[in-house]
Design a protein around this ligand. Sequence first.
Ligand code: SF4
Length: 179
Amino acid sequence: MLDFERLEALASEVGFTHVAPLDAATIVLRDEVRDMCVANTCGAYGKNWSCPPACGELPALREQVGRYRAGILVQTVGEVEDSLDFEGMMEAEAEHKRHFAELHEKLLEQWPNLLALGAGTCTRCAKCTYPDAPCRFPDKRVSSMEAYGMLVVDTCKANGMEYYYGPQAIAYTSCFLLE
Ligand code: SF4
């Protein structure tokens, strides 16, 4: 059984503002979310090994997620002036990615087979090698929760975590499936 208090302390130490236990049984991987990837509003579809279609088809991803029982949800909530404050959003996202990478390293020491799902496409390399060459860091590559078909707001709600913190806040959410 996971020691949530210890995990919460670790996640808070690296800078996450919110942490919640994640019950893997609440996770639903939806075709509709993947359809949103195909619509390519983020511009990453078909451009990165961590995103669809390269990250795998839903049946295989369901099988992978189905091997886990529990983990944690982590969030970085940043301040923004309003919904057009793109600079504030990018700062909060960069901060979230730093927190995520740091916690990922720490958790791998105890759970080498964990599944880490982040926020946004993999940005480890300045330019992804997809599709011309293999991924440079297959062990460090991280897909987003959405790339796996998760509706983040539903996963948060089902696990007692807020998703919306008002018009002057932006929340980035990721998760680690551990056991
Ligand atoms: S590690 Fe580099 S090559 Fe691999 S998915 Fe991420 S950006 Fe692309």
